[in-house]
Design a protein around this ligand. Structure first.
Ligand SMILES: Cc1ncc(COP(=O)(O)O)c(C=O)c1O
Length: 396
C-alpha cells in the first residue's frame, strides 16, 4: 500500500498533526562533529543514575507487585501527596501525568474545540503549539519581551476574543528565557480572573533559577486572592530525568477530575514504577541535587553570554538568562533559517525561532541551548556561529 492509501483513510485531525519542523531540522544537526545548540535536552551528566539504579532495584524487589501492576489514573498516591503538600493543596487537586507534555495534550482535549480561540505568547513552547493544534483551535498570540507576556497587548486581545484559556510560561520561558517579574505576574492573574478566562501556567523550568530567588507562581498568586483560576503544570524532567516521563497538573478539582477522565483514554496511568522511583528520589537529597543542577546551568549560561559578548557583531541582540536552559537571539535583518544553513557549514547548529510563533513571524530569531554543552564547546560554538553570521551580514 502506498502513502496515499493511508493518508486518504486518516481522520480529519491527522491532517492537523504534522511532523515538527524542529524535529526535521534536528536530524541535520545530529551529524557527527556538529556542535549542536539546537536540542532542548537536559544535561545527562546530571541524571541520578546510581541512585535510580539502587532505588529501582529495591522497589522491584520489595514492592514489585505494586510497581508492575496497573495503578490509579490519578497517580501513585504517595507521589500525589508529596506534590499536594508542596503546593499546599488537597490530593484531589493533583494529577500525575506522563510528562507535562501529556498535561498540555489533556488540556487541549478538555478545553479546545475546532475553531475555539486559545491565547499564547509569541513565541511560545513548540510542544504546546503542537499539542493544541491537534484539536484545531485558532491561535491568538500576544507579543512578549524579556519580562514575559505584554499585558497591554493581552488586554487588547481580550477585548476582541474570549479564549478558552491563556497559556503562559512565566519562568525562564522556552524558547525566549524571559522571566516575568512579580508585578506583571500579579497583573496577569488579575486580568485573567477579571475576564473569566482560565490561566494555564507551564512551569517546567521553575527550579532552574540562578540567583537564589524564586518568584511566586501565578498559581500561588491566584490562590492567595482566592480565585482558583489557574491550572499549573510542573515536571520532574528538568530536575530528575526527562526519560522517566513523570510530571503533574495542579488545579481546581473539577478540572483535575475531567483531566483524569481524559487521561484514562490516553494511557490509563503513568507508569507506576517510574512514579515510585520519582517518589523515592525526592525523599533524599532532592534539594541538594536541584541546587547542583542550578549551579551547572548557571556556569554554562554565563559562559555562553561571555562568548556572545566576545564574538557577536553589533546589532545582534541576545537574552541574558537568569535561569533555565536557553539564550534567545534576534538578528539584525538576517533570516535565521539562512543563518542555520551557513552555520551548518561551520558545523554549528541552533533552532530558528519562527516555528515558535504560532501566529507567524520571528524569522530573524533563534534559540540556543547551552544545557548539554561544555564551556569549551560553548566558546568554540559561538565563535563559529559569529563567523557564519559575519559572512551573511557582509552580504546584507
Ligand atoms: C515549556 C515546556 N513545557 C513542557 C515541556 C515538556 O516537558 P515534559 O518532559 O514534562 O513533558 C517542556 C520540555 O522541554 C517545556 O520546555
Amino acid at each position: 500500500m502506498d502513502n496515499t492509501y493511508w493518508t486518504e483513510r486518516f481522520g480529519g485531525s491527522a491532517a492537523r498533526i504534522q511532523a515538527s519542523t524542529i524535529r526535521e531540522l534536528l536530524k541535520l544537526t545530529q551529524r557527527p562533529g556538529v556542535l549542536s545548540f539546537a536540542g532542548g535536552l537536559p544535561a545527562p551528566e546530571l541524571f541520578p543514575k546510581e541512585e535510580a539504579a539502587q532505588k529501582a532495584a529495591q522497589i522491584l524487589r520489595e514492592r514489585g507487585e505494586r510497581a508492575l501492576q496497573y495503578g490509579p489514573t490519578e497517580g501513585y498516591a504517595p507521589l500525589r501527596e508529596w506534590v499536594a503538600q508542596r503546593f499546599g493543596v488537597e490530593v484531589e487537586e493533583v494529577l500525575i501525568t506522563t510528562g507535562s507534555q501529556q498535561g498540555l495534550d489533556l488540556l487541549g482535549k478538555v478545553f479546545l474545540d475546532e475553531g475555539s480561540p486559545v491565547l499564547l505568547e509569541a513565541p511560545s513552547y513548540l510542544g504546546a503549539i503542537q499539542a493544541f493544534r491537534a484539536y484545531g483551535p485558532r491561535f491568538v498570540t500576544v507579543a512578549m519581551d524579556a519580562e514575559g507576556m505584554d499585558l497591554e497587548a493581552l488586554e487588547e486581545a481580550l477585548r476582541r476574543e474570549r479564549p478558552r484559556f491563556i497559556y503562559a510560561i512565566p519562568t525562564f520561558q522556552n524558547p525566549s528565557s524571559a522571566l516575568m517579574p512579580l508585578s506583571r505576574r500579579e497583573r496577569l492573574v488579575e486580568i485573567a480572573h477579571a475576564h473569566g478566562v482560565p490561566l494555564v501556567e507551564d512551569d517546567a523550568y521553575a527550579e532552574l533559577y540562578f540567583d537564589g530567588k524564586k518568584l511566586p507562581t501565578l498559581f500561588e498568586l491566584d490562590r492567595a486572592q482566592g480565585y482558583g483560576n489557574v491550572v499549573y503544570l510542573g515536571s520532574f524532567s528538568k530536575v530528575l530525568a526527562p526519560g522517566l516521563r513523570v510530571a503533574y497538573a495542579v488545579g481546581p478539582k473539577p478540572v483535575i477530575a475531567k483531566l483524569v477522565q481524559a487521561k484514562q483514554g490516553a494511557d490509563l496511568h503513568t507508569p507506576v514504577l517510574n512514579q515510585m522511583l520519582v517518589h523515592a528520589l525526592v525523599q533524599e537529597g532532592f534539594e541538594a541535587r536541584v541546587a547542583r543542577i542550578r549551579e551547572v546551568y548557571r556556569a554554562k549560561a554565563e559562559a555562553m553570554v561571555r562568548a556572545l559578548e566576545a564574538h557577536m557583531p553589533p546589532g545582534v541582540r541576545f537574552s541574558r538568562p537568569r535561569g533555565g536552559m536557553f539564550v534567545w537571539m534576534e538578528l539584525p535583518g538576517v533570516n535565521a533559517q539562512a543563518l542555520l544553513e551557513e552555520a551548518l557549514k561551520e558545523d554549528v547548529a541552533f533552532v530558528p525561532g519562527a516555528p515558535f510563533f504560532a501566529g507567524g513571524g520571528g524569522e530573524n530569531t533563534l534559540r540556543l541551548s547551552y544545557a548539554t554543552m561544555t564551556e569549551g564547546e560553548i566558546q568554540e560554538g559561538m565563535r563559529r556561529l559569529s563567523q557564519a553570521l559575519g559572512r551573511l551580514l557582509a552580504l546584507v
